[in-house]
Design a protein around this ligand. Structure first.
Ligand code: UDP
Ligand code: MG
Length: 318
């Protein structure tokens, strides 16, 4: 069997995979010729993120004919970013490229990324989507809102429309490894490290097969995680809303006292209920904001790994 450790590896491709039985054959058919054509020693880390369909069997079959394919199996579904972390931590290449299994990002661009990194001495090359017309209108709008918000909150260093298709040099991967093991949002974290970066543009294609593994609730979670891990602005927002409501409350107090002094009985009901509801809502909102951060502190203090590896085919080769 071909041992990926026996030669120094130039390029590691990290592919997080969750229930991609329809996409895998197409992935192999498109990725392999590109990588073989590069003429560089490479490895493909297929990180099986707890798939429950035929993905594990398919990967096993593919590996018999494709020795550079290395399977890393996680014990349970841990999420896209955690699967990426698992792959990056184990990658051996001088450069690592992360790419989704559904081929929405073209593997044909990988040699260009490598060439650009080498020619310009770059540590990061982002794959930037020029055209998302193949995504659904809903996905496009939510993605646009996400990137807008991230640039506002986390800073303009976040490249717009750069997803998780990117090339990283060994120094960047090693830097990532030194960071505490928490839920990482790579598309925000990596730009913030300050390494020299470039980009390659391409058109985003439709999913090769199957359906999205990012339903709405996962997108909302990603957005919440992105905001709370890069900005304390929401906490300040809670404070601001709290301050404004105290002012409004004071105005109400003055008004009530005036009505009381003029002797006419206040109508009571409506204003009472409105005040009650409004301030109840504001308090819940502020509590919720605090809760988001407390939850992050809680997870950080627990310091549990975000993934557990059940198997790495490279470790079986002796
Ligand atoms: N994925 C994963 N774990 C998950 C969800 C997704 O490893 O819990 C993988 C998935 O197989 C794919 C990539 O992450 O390779 C991106 O997912 P998808 O294409 O479904 O997201 P979208 O492009 O719709 O945002
Ligand atoms: Mg996709």
């Amino acid at each position: 069997m071909y041992d990926t450790r026996s030669r120094s590896i130039a390029l590691s491709i990290v592919v997080p995979i969750f229930n991609e039985e329809e996409s895998l054959p197409v992935l192999g058919a498109r990725l392999r010729p590109v990588l073989d054509g590069c003429g560089e020693p490479y490895e493909v880390l297929a990180v099986d993120d707890g798939s429950t369909d035929k993905t594990p069997d398919l990967l096993e079959d593919m590996r018999t004919a494709w020795p550079q394919l290395r399977i890393v199996t996680l014990r349970r579904n841990s999420g896209h970013q955690a699967a990426l972390t698992a792959g990056l931590h184990r990658a051996r290449g001088a450069y690592a490229v992360s790419i989704d299994a559904d081929l929405q990002d073209p593997p044909e661009v990988i040699p260009d990324m490598l060439a650009l990194a080498r020619a310009d001495g770059l540590d990061i090359v982002y794959g930037v989507r020029t055209d998302r017309s193949t995504d659904t209108g809903f996905k496009r709008r939510t993605a646009a809102a996400y990137y807008w918000l991230m640039r506002r909150l986390a800073g303009s260093f976040v490249p717009a429309q750069a997803g998780d298709f990117r090339l990283l040099s060994r120094p960047v991967v090693e830097t990532l490894k030194t960071l505490p093991d928490q839920r990482q949002i790579y598309r925000l974290l990596i730009p913030s490290l300050g390494f020299p970066a470039g980009q390659i543009t391409y058109q985003r294609a439709e999913r090769a097969a199957g359906t999205t593994k990012y339903p709405l609730h996962k997108m909302v979670l990603l957005a919440l995680d992105s905001i709370t891990s890069f900005s304390a602005a929401p906490l300040r927002l809670a404070t601001a809303i709290g301050a404004v409501s105290i002012l409004v409350c004071l105005a109400f107090l003055v008004w009530t006292l005036t009505v009381y002094a003029t002797g006419s009985t206040p109508p009571g009901w409506t204003s009472l209920i409105i005040t009650f509801l409004f301030f109840g809502a504001v308090q819940l909102f502020c509590l919720g904001m605090l809760g988001e951060y407390v939850a992050r502190i809680y997870t950080a203090v627990q310091a549990r790994p975000t993934y557990f590896v059940a198997r790495d085919t490279d470790e079986e080769l002796q």
